[in-house]
Design a protein around this ligand. Structure first.
Ligand code: ADP
Length: 430
């Protein structure tokens, strides 16, 4: 935009300059024409008195400040013109002119009806030369009135105007840049403010969610402890209550772990101990961990590695890889109502890929873009009742990428989701 304005301004300035220069030359032409028109009237009468004629020419020059030279010439031969009278009060000398000027003078001499003019020289030496034939009393044109006007004054005026225009352009440009800069900063502030509001909103909902998530397992635990205190319970009842306390304690620990992980990540204190890890073993452990939970929901949960993939190793922190897979599989179980979950593992060129595919609620493309943001939870009727903090995938992405991996999601709302992680292959068994 700035470049466009500048170009337009420079273009206009140059156009203005060339128009002004044209107008200036036209004005000079007219002025020279009028002056020479006057000269040709009185010259024939005093042609024989060079001193008188020269005085008249000098008087005319004194009245016209741009006219520097005013002479009456008579042709002597090719390129040779003798001065009959001049404003410098000289006469008799012979002027040798080049072919161009000779042609111009001769054209003027042969056409007494109008003056002939041209611009000579460059820079400070630019001159406007006009020649007009003088017809004597017998109607013969044998002398020329030639005026020379200097353009340097007008050129200087034009150059001054151009310089002023460029100063103005500089000022305008500065103002535009300042405006752009401030505008960009305002936009930055506005985006920042909007982001801050979003984060604040997500934090608020996280706090209310987290306190609820912390409270509910605690309430469950305290309730069952009260039952257990009564002492009148049978063995099977006691075992069931203890199992429920265990589940709730696990939930509580998971939540606290997530919060601790977030603070560790933010402080740059999350530790990783990379090792040679067989991913298929970790996948199997995680799938086994969730099979009961999936079964309780009537979902299938299977692990399908390819033969080459099951022999492959990657270099990661085993515990952290397990954490990633636990989050992906637990989400798949959490957000699937019917159908099941398939965990597949395969080798793709020099990478090992694990995909967790479910037939769950899925999500829109817009949700997929924000999915890995901190505290982000999809707000949809299908996910309303499902407990969560919106931290799992943020942590998962951080861990995966920190171990040299990549995480991606593909999902269709209502059809299901497919989360894929991949790591550079480190080697294969044997
Ligand atoms: P949480 O599950 O605790 O809310 P996550 O960060 O693990 O937090 O997930 C963020 C959001 O992504 C979830 O709230 C959920 O809406 C959506 N999501 C995650 N995994 C799936 C999945 N497999 N199917 C559908 N939605 C999912």
């Amino acid at each position: 935009m700035g470049v466009l304005i500048c170009t337009a301004f420079i273009f206009t300035a140059y156009r203005f300059a060339s128009v002004a220069q044209g107008a200036q030359q036209q004005l000079m032409n007219d002025r020279a024409g009028w002056m020479l028109d006057g000269i040709v009237v009185f010259v024939p009468e005093i042609m024989a008195q060079p001193n008188v004629l020269s005085e008249r020419l000098a008087a005319l020059v004194a009245e016209n400040e741009t006219v520097k030279d005013l002479v009456v010439l008579v042709r002597q031969g090719t390129g040779r013109w003798s001065v009959l009278a001049s404003n410098a009060r000289t006469w008799g000398e012979v002027r040798q002119v080049d072919q161009f000027m000779d042609t111009l003078y001769r054209s003027a001499l042969s056409d007494p009806t109008s003056p002939y003019s041209t611009v000579l020289g460059t820079g400070d030496d630019r001159r406007f030369v006009t020649a007009r034939a003088i017809v004597d009393t017998s109607g013969v044109a044998h002398a020329l009135a030639v005026s020379e006007q200097h353009l340097s004054q007008a050129d200087k005026l034009l150059a001054d105007s151009m310089r002023t225009s460029f100063y103005i352009l500089g000022g305008v440009l500065g103002a535009i840049l300042l405006f752009f800069f401030r505008h960009a900063r305002i936009i930055d502030y506005a985006t920042l403010y909007k982001k801050q509001l979003e984060v604040d909103e997500m934090k608020d909902s996280f706090i209310s969610m987290a306190s609820h998530e912390l409270k509910s397992p605690l309430t469950v635990i305290r309730g069952y402890i009260e039952f257990l205190k009564e002492g009148s319970l049978g063995d099977s009842e006691r075992a069931e209550y203890l199992r429920r306390i265990d589940v709730s304690a696990d939930e509580l620990r998971g939540l606290i772990d997530d919060i601790l992980d977030v603070s560790r990540i933010e402080m740059g204190r999350m530790r990783f101990s990379p090792d040679r890890v067989k991913v298929s073993e970790v996948c199997r452990e995680v799938v086994d961990m969730f099979s009961a939970q999936a079964g309780a929901k009537g979902l299938t949960l299977v692990f399908e590695p390819t033969t080459e993939a099951s022999d492959a190793f990657v270099r990661v922190d085993r515990g952290r890889l397990k954490q990633v897979l636990v989050n992906l599989v637990s989400n798949a179980v959490k957000y699937t109502v019917t159908g099941g979950i398939r965990v597949t593992e395969q080798l793709e060129y020099d990478r090992l890929t694990v995909a967790v595919r479910d037939t769950g609620v899925g999500m829109t493309a817009e949700d997929q873009q924000k999915l890995f943001a901190k505290f982000y939870r999809v707000e949809a009727a299908e996910t309303k009742g499902v407990a969560g903090t919106g931290l799992g995938l943020w942590i998962t992405k951080y861990i995966t990428e920190h171990m040299g991996g990549v995480i991606a999601v593909e999902s269709i709302k209502g059809d299901g989701s497919r989360f894929v992680i991949s790591f550079p292959l480190q080697g294969r068994e044997g």
